[in-house]
Design a protein around this ligand. Sequence first.
Ligand code: 6PG
Length: 243
Amino acid sequence: MTGPDVVVHSGGDLLAAAAAARLITKLVDAQAARGLASLVLTGGRTGNAVMEHVRDSPARDAVDWSRVDFYWGDERFLPSGHADRNETQARAALLDHIALDPSRVHVMEASDGRFGDDPDAAAADYARVLGSPVPAFDVLLLGVGEEGHTASIFPDSPAVHEESLTVVAVRDCPKPPPTRVSLTLPAIRRAAEVWLMTTGEAKADPVAQALAGASPVDIPAAGARGTHRTLWLLDSSAAAKLS
Ligand code: 6PG
């Protein structure tokens, strides 16, 4: 695989609209080739904006949504239906509006779910859901945090050092809520395509550092890559410090 591809859009809303169009096309192509498609969703404002643009796109139903497997790259470990859960936000932004197959929506367990308030058990369960090896997802979407986190993998945290587990519980996160469940970098790297999507000047430093080859321990987003393609989708503010 060659290095990452970088696409810079003039603004955040345009980025979200263009990423949505790109995603629809990618899922259509995957289904044309294999009948099925798999998509890993992300939390965060940019990821939600992309989902909303997919929802509102006239091309939306070019995808057979009943033949898309949905996964999450991370989840905020909160009760089911909590407004801050990535699942809740993805349902509002897209999943509640499309003719999906509920058995293909693979959520991470909530803190009032089958395992109670035990994020390690929820993580172990999601590792079972993913199986071994982890699927070669068609597209895995990610956001980027101001200090370089991606999914819920934070700089110099136990999660960024994880080499064998595919899903981990994450505690003491600097971004609320403090407890989360996240895919690890080895699991993320099973995806065919990884798209890192971010906007705004607060992201310019981590973006520049990741693309300059920072260590994933310092900038976890630098360690997220796909087997076929790693694509950074930026607005001009987030791209401002690229050399
Ligand atoms: C989450 C995320 C996290 C997010 C980034 C970017 O659940 O919080 O998955 O990794 O994608 O923090 O979030 P913004 O797009 O809101 O800046």
